[in-house]
Every structure is written in structure tokens, then in C-alpha cells.
Design a protein around this ligand. Structure first.
Ligand code: IMP
Length: 355
């Protein structure tokens, strides 16, 4: 199964270089390749991988408040025709809409230079909704005329009331979300108050599970519904426990057990790589099936033994980047200012609730 993820900052250039170097000769001029690899380190990036091995990536560059460009998109040739490029672009567009982007452009070789490879590339962009915008015949070189293509990105749908269902049966979570939405004058009701059933989380991604929960609640209640999904992803464990974060704590929901398993699996790997991040996805879905999803993230590293009793879940073993204490040792307000959930919430409210 192909997974699309944002790599950690230190992985960006190495992944970009590995994939670009594996592409056939027609792709590249060495100086251009080196420049792409250098620039990738600083840009938003998505990686398509299978069984932990990167097979493609997308890097994006911002030009103005409303316009972004595809900096590079590449998929290993032996992995073509599996939908990785399509998935990378779809996920990239979702990411850009979170940044309030309205247009996405891409530069490619114009049809006035004959090339079967680039005819296929242009056909791919056309199928993804890009249209020719303008030709820049001398931007690259006379033999390589450049075509700029453009795609308008749909604006996020805004919440227009009257009531929002919080698709969670966790009373603490419902209260927290209600408080966060209070400044926007949103009237909330919980799935439990409406006696809605809790669906099984059968999707394979955070976005998939958050949308599944919100869609089911919206369809059953006839109102817009908000759901979340979150978890811890450990780099050296290929992103585990990920969507299984709650399940690693077992039926008694004992996170001492879950944290010990993370530590045990890291020891078994014999690695010094302690990087991890928390991800939170918030999905707002309507009864007609439309969803707006927003992803927040906080990067950090894992320590052992765990420290602090202020948080929950994996907090005692997670030290956020730029800090010396764990989430479990931080005051709740300090954690909430930098957490993955706060990041996702800021994106959600800016796109769908702010006046
Ligand atoms: P959810 O309620 O299905 O989203 O499950 C998320 C699980 O991920 C929780 O049970 C925790 O184990 C873990 N998790 C998510 N966010 C945090 C956090 O901020 N601190 C610690 N653990 C978290």
C-alpha cells in the first residue's frame, strides 16, 4: 500500500536526491539536479512510500499569498502507473488549501519541443486539472521551451451553521473542542447527545479515519460534523504506532504499556534515531459527503525513561523540538500553544470558521 507523508526536515534532501538520481537520463542536467536537492530542504514536501521505501516525492514553492508552484514531482519509473503521482498531487493540493492557496502552477516542456516523455507529462497535468497558461520560449533554453500550466484550487467550504456535531464520544474532547469554537459563535452538540453510533476506525490513515467518523455523524444527523484522529509516528519504526497509537495501550488503555512497547521496538532496531512526531487531523464533513480536512504536526524526539505526569498518552516520552522538557512535564497551556492539535485547529478555524 502506498502511503503519502510529510518527511522530517533532515530527510527531505536525501529523498529528493535518491529519487532524482534514479530517474532516466532525459530528466536531468547535473547542476539543475543539485539545485533541486538543495532547495528541497527548505520547502514543503510530500513523499510517497511503500513498505517504508520512498518511491516518489512532491515539493512545493510559494510565489504569492494565493499562488504556489510545483517545484518538483517525481516517481521512480518502475513504480509508475500505480497512482502515486496522482495521490501526491491530491494530497499536495489539500495541504495548499490549508495555506489558503488559490492557484497552483507547474513549469514543463512545451509541445513545440518534440518529446514523448513530456507529452505524457503534460497529459498527466491536464488530467489533474491543469490548463496551459503561457509559453516562456527562452526561460530555459531555445531547445527547451517552457510551458507554464495552471490549476485553480477550490476555496474551502465554510461552516454556515446552524449547529455542529462533534463526532466524538470522549466527553473531555467534546468540551475542549466546544471551548475552542466558542469565539466563533458555533452551537455544538455531541454525537453521544444525539445517540449516534461510533463507527469502527477501519481506514489506514489519520485523514481517512477522521473523515470516516465525521462523514458517518454528518449523514446520520443531517448536520455538519467535526471529528479528529491523532497519534504518534516514530521515524525509526516507519511511522508506527501511527493510527494504532491508542490501540498499542491495550484494552486497559495503559500508556505505560504503549510507551514500553515503543522503547522495546526501538531497542530491537538497535538505532540511535529517536525522532518522532505527533499528528492530528481535524475533518469537517457535511451531510452531502463533502469534507474539509486539516493536519497539524509537532516534531520532536523520544526519551527513556518517561518523565512528567501533566499530559496523557505518550506525552511523558516526547520532547518537542526546541525544548528540553517532555510534553508530560509542560504546563498544559504551554503544550497547547505548540501542539499538533493546536496547529490543526488554527488551520481549520482560519479556513472554515473565521469571519
Ligand atoms: P484518537 O483519540 O483516536 O485520536 O487516539 C489518539 C491516540 O494518540 C491517543 O490515545 C494517544 O495515545 C495518542 N495521542 C494523540 N495526541 C496525543 C498527545 O497530545 N499526547 C500524547 N498522546 C497523544
Amino acid at each position: 500500500m502506498i502511503a503519502i507523508e510529510q518527511p522530517s526536515a533532515s530527510d527531505k534532501s536525501p529523498i529528493c536526491e535518491r529519487i532524482l538520481r534514479a530517474l532516466p537520463d532525459w530528466f536531468g542536467i547535473e547542476t539543475a539536479l543539485v539545485q533541486f536537492v538543495r532547495e528541497a530542504a527548505e520547502l514543503p514536501m510530500l513523499v510517497a512510500s511503500e513498505d517504508g521505501a520512498a518511491m516518489g516525492f512532491l515539493t512545493l514553492r510559494q510565489h504569492s499569498a494565493c499562488a504556489w508552484e510545483i517545484h518538483a514531482i517525481a516517481v521512480l519509473q518502475e513504480r509508475h502507473r500505480r497512482g502515486a503521482g496522482r495521490r501526491l498531487l491530491a494530497e499536495g493540493e489539500r495541504l495548499l488549501r490549508q495555506h489558503r492557496a488559490e492557484f497552483l502552477t507547474v513549469k514543463t516542456l512545451s509541445a513545440s519541443a518534440e518529446s514523448d516523455e513530456y507529452a505524457r507529462t503534460r497529459a498527466f497535468y491536464a488530467a489533474m486539472g491543469f490548463r496551459p497558461l503561457l509559453e516562456l520560449p527562452t526561460l530555459w533554453s531555445a531547445e527547451n521551451p517552457c510551458l507554464v500550466m495552471i490549476k485553480p484550487l477550490a476555496a474551502p467550504r465554510r461552516f454556515a451553521g446552524p449547529q455542529l456535531v462533534i463526532a466524538s464520544h470522549n466527553a473531555g474532547k467534546v468540551r475542549e473542542i466546544a471551548e475552542l469554537l466558542a469565539p466563533y459563535g458555533v452551537d455544538v452538540i455531541s454525537a453521544a447527545q444525539l445517540n449516534l453510533a461510533e463507527p469502527e476506525e477501519t481506514a489506514t490513515t489519520f485523514v481517512g479515519n477522521a473523515e470516516l467518523k465525521a462523514r458517518v455523524a454528518a449523514a446520520a444527523s443531517g448536520r455538519p460534523a467535526l471529528a479528529d484522529d491523532s497519534g504518534l509516528a516514530v521515524s525509526a519504526l516507519d511511522g508506527a504506532p501511527g493510527i494504532y497509537s491508542a490501540r498499542w495501550a491495550g484494552p486497559t488503555k495503559d500508556f505505560a504499556i504503549a510507551m514500553a512497547r515503543v522503547q522495546r521496538e526501538l531497542e530491537a532496531k538497535g538505532t540511535a534515531d529517536r525522532r518522532a512526531h505527533f499528528t492530528a487531523v481535524l475533518s469537517l464533513c457535511w451531510p452531502d459527503g463533502h469534507c474539509e480536512s486539516f493536519e497539524g504536526r509537532v516534531d520532536g524526539r523520544l526519551i527513556w525513561p518517561p518523565r512528567g505526569d501533566k499530559g496523557f498518552g505518550y506525552d511523558p516520552m516526547f520532547v518537542p523540538g526546541g525544548h528540553a522538557v517532555t510534553f508530560g512535564e509542560m504546563e498544559p497551556a504551554a503544550k497547547h500553544a505548540i501542539s499538533h492539535r493546536a496547529d490543526a485547529f488554527r488551520k481549520l478555524t482560519a479556513a472554515c470558521f473565521a469571519r
